[in-house]
Design a protein around this ligand. Structure first.
Ligand code: HEM
Ligand code: HEM
Length: 341
């Protein structure tokens, strides 16, 4: 046995040599891992930023100005910004792969539901991060959050300014962004990956059980999958470093209460036209429709048994979903800023 093999066994790396189906090592089936890699960069840079950010409302904006003026810190902030944005794009790509391959079907329903919960938590983490900048955009984002929670009555009482007099909304958002939400993210990722490992990567569309079983004995292993992930991760890191270096995120002026002159970050654009049409309750209605749509997806997998019909229905629904998404994004891009509160 070579020295390297002995070392691999001694430190336990050989335990990762378990077989995986051949297609598990493709780029598409690595997107979840690449998303995880990208958000790890967000978390590491976030921890560095906490050493310089001050969540007191009177100083918060100035502390981000300070971060944006110091060369090294400016770069860390830019990396945090780009890894959060790119991570979300990768997350959408991962979801599309899961949808088109029908990987949400039984027995992977909990894997899918844990994924949905992850999507929700990432949304919230992105949102609270935007508030932390405490510029006009961040302030308006928080005003919307408070207004939406007001509509929820007692359920939203905890997210009202007057819930406590002992601290500010901004400090509470900070607590969520750097504590509560990352903890939830971590716990959900553990559940998500536990089930991914337990059931293995789903078969390809129309792949028979016999083909799937035989693809498990064709030499593909999780160790190879991990090496592939490191390669994709390195390319991603280069892209992130380039974006962070050449395109630094801006910072608007300190907030002026009572005006609405910004649009939300791109993730939230799908809600903007609905909000413009229905007022602030449009955000609630849009979120409810989105949740219901995503929750109905696994029901398809449980009810349609015919493989051909299943993939036809999935294709049609996902394409309709994508068209609606693009239309709402385009509408927001081309529409002027509107006063909603
Ligand atoms: C997936 C996880 C995370 C996401 C999606 C995320 C997202 C964001 C976003 C979008 C911003 C505004 C950045 C800008 O454009 O300037 C931000 C700011 C910030 N984040 Fe995060 N974040 C995450 C995790 C963390 C963690 C784990 C920490 C710390 C432990 C952290 C600390 C901060 C701090 C201190 C700021 C304010 C400084 C600034 O705006 O430059 N973040 N975050
Ligand atoms: C932070 C967010 C997420 C992370 C880090 C993540 C990570 C992963 C990883 C590493 C895998 C293994 C396969 C791969 O690398 O593609 C996976 C599989 C899976 N993910 Fe996610 N995921 C996330 C969000 C989601 C969301 C939003 C959904 C769906 C709504 C989802 C549904 C699934 C399903 C069903 C599988 C099993 C796929 C199969 O067996 O082929 N995930 N995820």
């Amino acid at each position: 046995m070579s020295k390297w093999k002995k070392w691999r066994e001694a430190i336990g790396l050989a335990a990762l040599d378990y077989p995986v189906p051949t297609h598990a090592n493709s780029f598409w089936c690595s997107l979840g891992g690449v998303t995880l890699f990208c958000f790890s960069v967000t978390i590491v840079t976030g921890i560095i930023l906490t050493q310089f950010y001050n969540p007191a409302p009177q100083i918060a904006h100035a502390s981000v100005r300070y971060i944006s003026a110091a060369t090294g810190l400016k770069f860390v902030r830019s990396l945090h910004h780009w890894s959060a944005n790119l991570g979300f794009m990768l997350l959408i790509a991962h979801m599309l792969r899961v949808m088109f391959s029908g990987a949400f079907r039984p027995p992977r329903v909990i894997t899918y539901l844990a994924g949905l919960a992850l999507l929700f938590v990432v949304f919230q983490t992105f949102f609270t991060g935007t508030v932390l900048k405490w510029d006009q955009e961040g302030y308006e984002a928080m005003e919307h959050f408070v207004a939406v929670n007001k509509l929820l009555g007692p359920l939203g009482a905890v997210f009202q300014e007057d819930f406590t007099l002992s601290t500010s909304m901004l400090a509470r958002m900070y607590g969520l962004h750097v504590g509560g939400l990352p903890l939830l993210l971590f716990l959900l990722i553990v559940v998500h990956l536990f089930y991914v490992k337990h059931f293995g990567i789903a078969p390809k569309p129309f792949q028979s059980q016999a083909d799937y079983q035989s693809s498990l004995s064709q030499g593909a292993t999780f160790s190879r999958h991990s090496i592939g992930l490191l390669k994709y991760g390195s390319v991603l890191l280069i892209i992130l470093l380039g974006l962070a270096f050449f395109f630094q995120p801006g910072l608007l002026d300190a907030p002026k209460p009572g005006i609405e002159v910004t649009k939300p970050p791109w993730l939230f654009w799908i809600f903007y036209p609905i909000e413009s049409a229905m007022g602030i309750s449009g955000i609630l209605v849009g979120s409810a429709v989105l949740c219901a749509g995503f929750l109905l997806i696994p029901v398809l997998g449980m009810t349609i048994k015919d493989e051909k019909k299943f993939f036809r229905v999935v294709k049609v629904l996902v394409v309709i979903g994508l068209i609606v998404w693009i239309a709402l994004m385009a509408k927001t891009y081309f529409s002027p800023v509107m006063q909603h509160i």
